[in-house]
Design a protein around this ligand. Sequence first.
Ligand code: OGA
Ligand code: MN
Length: 210
Amino acid sequence: MNTCSRNDLSASVACIIDDLAEQGWSLQTHFIAPTLTHALAEECRKRAAAGLLVQAGVGRSALAVVSEGLRGDHIQWLEAGQSGACDQYLAVMDELRQALNQALFLGLEDFESHFALYPPGAYYKKHLDRFRDDDRRAVSVVFYLNEQWQAEQGGALRLHLADGCLYDVWPQAGSLLVFLSADMPHEVLPATRERLSLTGWLRRRGYGPL
Ligand code: OGA
Ligand code: MN
């Protein structure tokens, strides 16, 4: 199982490459500096307070339907140029994208990401991050923003691994979870407190109908 939890970005990226090649997923517990993590959490809370986060849909954006039974998070998509913290995060993700392309020849072309806020009790049932009619999402990347998360507060991201084992990731600030989108069923368990994250996908060029 993976063991890397170093502070330096290039060392973390090297661990992610090894882990993805070996097991299809990677957890880095101190991926970026606490000051940037904190600024991203503040940005997420500010947007939520301004009413900018909306109930997430399911399916491709144009056709998305709100399905309360499947997922209960509220989201806002990131765009470049909106805030310094978000731009720094997007720059780090672009470094990761280029490193994965160089080492694993994944042909990743872009990155899409949204803030997600799960109110207490909200969950996202077991799913895959791939749409039936759109195979561009290749690598899922979830960055957590919650300081001092306690296990008894719930809210794990539960991975359903290929060998049938379950692996729970706590949404602790600074942790980055990366996995191959096509192969990893996962779910978000309900928590007793608000749960913030930046969830995103590194995408290939699409070959299916748009
Ligand atoms: C998703 C998802 C995981 C998380 O948005 O597809 O699985 O921990 N999110 O927020
Ligand atoms: Mn998902």
